[in-house]
Design a protein around this ligand. Sequence first.
Ligand code: HEC
Ligand code: HEC
Length: 246
Amino acid sequence: MKAGVLVAAPCFAFGVAVAFGATFVGGSVSAVEAPRPVRDVYLSDCAVCHGADGRGTPEGPSLLKVGAAAIDYWVSTGRMPLPPGHHGIRIDRRPPKYPRSEIDALVRYVAALTGGGPPIPRVSTVGANVAEGGVQYRLNCAACHSWAGNGGALANREAPALYASTPTQIAEAVRTGPDPMPAFGTAAITDTQLNDLVAYIETLDHPDDRGGNPLWHAGPLAEGAAGIVLGLGAIILATRLIGTRT
Ligand code: HEC
Ligand code: HEC
């Protein structure tokens, strides 16, 4: 009997240790999940709406020949994958669902599946002409995104602010024209002008506010009005202080 306990106890302890060890190993294995093969990501997150072959379904348009630039724009700005049931509502920028490496793999996979279309544009702002970029911006973009890049109202939807966009996303938007924004080809904006434009938009992220308070970049009218009100107020105050009552 005693001998039985003496044998059983270490056996039990060993058994418990093995069991715990197994759960521990099991736990750590599932915690460091191996990255899903990109085809599985597409089939589980995109195919419901765009079809397993990318030719579209009633829930989402065909992606045939849509091109890497558009795929990267929609996925890296978090607009895709669209949550189910959101078809037909306004699609806004959100934090991207995947890490950068998975986005790259997905873009390559979907671009190969659907063929053709513009590649991701290469942008470089090294040596760019910011002043020329400003000219292009006011000519082509300010009407919708406002002169300060903080977005603006359109007839049926708002043009978003540009502060969150990376240089590549700006170039992708310009070249692919995410509806209702028009696409600008190289005839309208050359690659050099696109670099200038991106460099200019980057300066809007950190505006060089000369001459005091920027007043939320509301524009010259608001600034003028504030100037008049504050300026007049100061003059009246000064007159009252230096003047004497009779
Ligand atoms: C719930 C449905 C749904 C899911 C899931 C979904 N999409 Fe979409 N997708 C749409 C709809 C609807 C549009 C059209 C949006 C518009 O034009 O306003 C669209 C547009 C796009 C576009 C732009 C097409 C064009 O012609 O410019 C791309 C690229 C895209 N989706 C890629 C993806 C990828 C990649 C995934 C998976 C990571 C995905 N989508 C998941 C519904 C979906
Ligand atoms: C007719 C109005 C219009 C014009 C002109 C226009 N845009 Fe847009 N732009 C939009 C709208 C609307 C969207 C949102 C599209 C979407 O939901 O994907 C947008 C989206 C963008 C985005 C993506 C922002 C984000 O939230 O990620 C960038 C970047 C951009 N535009 C840059 C430009 C630049 C640069 C120009 C000038 C060359 C320009 N746009 C001209 C209306 C316009």
